[in-house]
Design a protein around this ligand. Structure first.
Ligand SMILES: [Fe+2]
Length: 172
């Protein structure tokens, strides 16, 4: 992929009500795409996975005219950023960079940059607007899920019964 020819078509900024830990967990979790984001992804098949990346084939709606792509997520936790690159299929050559900035334990700022190869200014504007709509929805869905998950984790942490059970088990 020639990154020289990529055009920045949009930048999405948002404050997310979730910790850095919940967000990284979500980025690594390739399996959630077709169930949490079912309007955007129909199915996913993992092709490769390392501690810092995953690659998968995704199918996108509509069901009667499905579109396909191979995407790769590459994490750079040391610099609080990750890339989503489309290696083949719909949007091939495109690159989405997300930078994370924790504000406190439950709040994280995100800046998402969308870069697309080989397009003119008019196409860039339309595609940029489409990406902003898509990502607003994806992050709405992710944020709702992460807040719910955080609630469950916090509740379990103060729950008495699981601790008692664990303690009993440790004496066995
Ligand atoms: Fe997600």
């Amino acid at each position: 992929m020639n990154s020289e020819s990529l055009t920045l078509v949009a930048t999405y900024r948002r404050t997310i009500q979730a910790s850095l830990e919940r967000i990284w967990e979500n980025v690594r979790d390739w399996e959630h795409l077709p169930w949490l984001h079912r309007y955007s992804f129909s199915s996913i098949r993992l092709l490769d996975q390392t501690p810092g990346s995953w690659k998968a084939q995704i199918i996108m709606p509509p069901a009667n005219a499905p579109r396909e792509a191979v995407i790769e997520l590459q994490l750079d936790p040391a610099h609080l950023r990750y890339w989503s690159r489309t290696l083949a299929g719909l949007g091939a050559g495109g690159e989405i960079l997300t930078c994370l900035k924790p504000l406190d334990e439950q709040t994280t700022n995100i800046i998402v940059e969308f870069r697309v190869p080989g397009i003119n200014a008019k196409q860039a504007e339309a595609l940029g607007a489409a990406y902003l709509r898509l990502y607003a929805r994806l992050w709405d869905e992710d944020e709702r899920m992460m807040r719910r998950r955080q609630e469950l984790i916090d509740t379990q942490r103060i729950g008495v019964e699981p601790r008692v059970l664990r303690k009993v088990k440790s004496y066995e």
